[in-house]
Design a protein around this ligand. Structure first.
Ligand code: ADP
Length: 199
């Protein structure tokens, strides 16, 4: 199955992506994780992406689209995938459709995790991650950057919801509740959209 997970920063995409991908037995492909790994590894890609990420801006499409295209061409993504954090602009959505067409594939479902903005600010400002045994705040989770990322989401990413709705692919999932509750709603939405285990 080929699934896109859409939703604002703080909606729980990363957590749900891992769980849902495990259930579907497809790789979870997170552009944020790939960028962060490249930044820590100080690769050329990481150097190009870092300043945009720290500012809470999107990394330019040329860089992001090429990276995802390469990733989707890898063997483990042939039978299906769950994309987390891509597409994030209508242009990326169109590029994705084109790349999949080239591979003779198409998306089966777009899950949108829905959470209101006040709750997102609360979640992101309190979020910490474990690095070398220490709990640290991600540079882009600082309060002023969080506000900017939410603006970027509203302006550039939220329109994808309408884009996929018009293609008949959109399933909105209420993402307030426990991790298990949200997963159950997402799996139910995938079942309604087709056969989740049928790649
Ligand atoms: P979140 O969903 O919590 O905002 P991600 O881990 O998905 O965070 O992404 C972190 C940062 O990586 C983004 O703010 C952006 O700078 C960059 N990034 C990730 N995916 C994309 C993308 N598809 N296009 C452009 N930039 C991206």
């Amino acid at each position: 199955m080929r699934v896109v997970l859409l939703g604002p920063p703080g909606a729980g995409k990363g957590t749900q992506a891992q769980i849902i991908a495990g259930r579907l037995e497809v790789p979870a492909i997170s552009t944020g994780d790939i960028f962060r790994a490249n930044v820590s590894g100080r690769t050329d890609l990481g150097k190009q992406a870092k300043s945009y990420m720290d500012a809470g801006d999107l990394v330019p499409d040329e860089i992001t689209v090429a990276m995802v295209k390469d990733r989707l061409a890898e063997d483990d993504a042939k039978a299906g995938f769950l994309l987390d954090g891509f597409p994030r602009t209508i242009a990326q959505g169109e590029q994705l459709r084109g790349s999949l067409e080239d591979l003779g594939q198409h998306l089966d479902c777009v899950l949108e995790l829905v959470v209101e903005e006040e709750e997102l600010v609360r979640r992101l400002s309190g979020r910490r991650m474990l690095v070398d045994g220490e709990w640290v705040q991600r540079d882009d989770d600082k309060p002023e950057t969080v506000r900017h990322r939410l603006e970027v989401y509203r302006e550039q990413t939220a329109p994808l919801s309408g884009f996929y709705e018009s293609e008949g692919l959109l399933a909105q999932v209420d993402a307030i509740g426990s991790i298990e509750e949200v997963t159950a709603r997402a799996m139910a939405a995938l079942e309604r959209s087709g056969q989740p285990n049928d790649s």
